[in-house]
Ligand binder design. Structure first.
Ligand SMILES: [Zn+2]
Length: 490
């Protein structure tokens, strides 16, 4: 987020690479788990000192959680799920673990409300991306707490957010806060790879666990710190672009490399890719982006850029403004369907002209775009009947959740209790999260990034020295609790 691209295209069905799920495992873990001390008890924290204690407990939990290495592949999410079950179990919250493959796991827990409202889901993924220790200042899986930070792979993406969710649940349970809706804690495998055994597996194999929910909170939001202890804006993820990954294949005549042929498929492919790379897809302003840009104009310091953002449709008619705005990679990705050529394959042997040559291209479509129409446009751009373009697999339309909901209003209200002038805006992600599985089930799903982060902090996501400050963690736990109690408490 980032706009970091969340990697991983999940297939929509469970493929044959996993063994059948074992029945749910209930009850205590077979392995002893040493849990950190419980630093506050039996009441919702009120004073700053009590919230500091909750933040300290969150930091200790996060440190333990990071130390469970869930680098995917292979993930080993089962270990993480067992730890989460132990933490929840100590609070009297029963959790169920599903094992869709060896070492893989999805954990489900439900804290009941009185049923007057529909459930709220906390979604988090347990897996993390690779970390190369030689580039880090600390062991990325050491759970190191030093210099006012919790360090480690997953501190931001997204074990930190999982702990904010977990602490919210713990506070509600310990204090016995009566709930009007169930809260579902759903920790999934496989977000970073997308092999179909995480959120995809839940949506496909256990939809009954979640389908009655009204709201879902997930990664994909951003609270931008001003770097001086304040918040520049709260960005709530309401929509994501749709990945539409394609294979481009050129056909020709095979032969010996020493005798060039006029229809060498590699030459043909290169010409096709040149045309694709040169194609400027049209600039398109979606309603979500128009609103988001207008909101962000309010915190933009550069007066010219502020004017452009406040009326992006007019600005894009001016070629200078359009060039400057689209030079920003994130703005560019939010304003058009994008194409990145990412893979090439010809012959394995330098002296052999192959019969086919292929390329992989990563296309991301804006909400409202028709994949078939885009494919037709791209085929016209290539203009060669000996080149075919085909989708790599199933895709899904870009999904969107409304801002006119109790949840969006609650987030806005909580931000405004901290700062009446705070900007709360919607974000569209150029990448994607697992939220689309749930949006397609009709569940209003939001990216909520509760930790105030500078741009520098965000670089740790999928990068080196990922870390979260204790101040940001404390802020995030309290923010999460305040939002959820507003929506779920009686
Ligand atoms: Zn993530």
């Amino acid at each position: 987020m980032r706009r970091r691209a969340l990697v991983g295209l999940c297939s929509l069905c469970v493929v044959g690479c996993v063994r059948p799920p074992r029945p749910s495992l209930m009850g205590p873990s077979s392995r002893p788990v040493l849990l950190p001390p419980q630093l506050f008890r039996a009441a919702v924290p009120k004073s700053d000192a009590e919230w500091r204690a909750a933040g300290q407990e969150a930091a200790t939990l996060l440190s333990q959680y990071i130390a469970i290495n869930t680098t995917n592949p292979p993930g080993n999410e089962l270990k993480a799920a067992e730890w989460l079950r132990a933490v929840l179990g100590r609070e009297g919250i029963e959790a169920q673990i599903f094992e869709p493959g060896p070492g893989k796991a999805n954990l489900f827990a439900r804290v009941p409300g009185d049923g007057t409202g529909r459930p709220l889901i906390f979604l988090n993924h347990m897996d993390v991306v690779l970390a190369s220790p030689e580039y880090w200042k600390v062991d990325p899986f050491g759970g190191v707490v030093q210099d006012g930070y919790v360090w480690g792979r997953g501190a931001l993406d997204m074990k930190g957010e999982a702990i904010a969710q977990l602490m919210t649940l713990i506070i509600l349970k310990r204090a016995g806060v009566p709930l009007k809706r169930d809260i579902i804690f759903l920790a999934t495998a496989d977000e970073e790879i997308g092999a179909g055994v995480g959120a995809a597996w839940i949506a496909d194999r256990q939809p009954g666990l979640v389908k009655d929910a009204e709201f879902l909170l997930n990664e994909g939001g951003l609270t931008r710190s001003d770097g001086h202890g304040g918040v520049e804006f709260y960005g709530i993820g309401t929509t994501e672009k749709s990945p539409f990954w394609l294979d481009v294949t050129a056909y020709g005549t095979a032969g010996h490399g020493s005798r060039p042929t006029p229809d060498n498929p590699v030459h043909r492919l290169v010409r096709a890719l040149r045309r694709i790379a040169d194609w400027q897809t049209p600039l398109t302003v979606t309603p979500a982006v128009e609103r988001s840009f207008r909101d962000l104009a309010g915190v933009e310091r550069d007066t010219t850029v502020r004017r452009w953002l406040s009326d992006i449709r007019t600005a894009l008619r001016d070629s200078v403004a359009a060039r400057v705005i689209t030079a920003d990679l994130t703005y560019n990705a939010l304003l058009r369907n994008t194409i990145s050529i990412t893979g090439l394959k010809g012959s394995d042997k330098t002296n052999v002209i192959p019969p086919v040559a292929t390329a992989a291209i990563d296309v991301r479509l804006l909400p409202g775009q028709d994949p078939a129409a885009f494919l037709a446009d791209l085929t016209r751009v290539v203009g060669d009947s000996a080149v075919t373009i085909r989708p790599q697999g199933p895709n899904w339309p870009a999904t969107e959740s409304s801002t006119e909901t109790e949840m969006f209003r609650a987030i806005t209200a909580v931000a405004h209790t901290r700062d009446p002038h705070a900007l709360v805006t919607m974000l569209m992600l150029p990448g994607f999260t697992d939220s689309h599985y749930f949006r397609r089930m009709g569940i209003a799903s939001y990216g909520l990034g509760p930790f105030p982060l500078t741009q520098g902090d965000s670089r740790g996501v999928h990068g080196n020295d990922e870390r979260i400050s204790l101040d940001a963690l404390r802020f995030g736990v309290r923010f999460y609790y305040d939002v959820v109690s507003r929506v779920a408490a009686k």
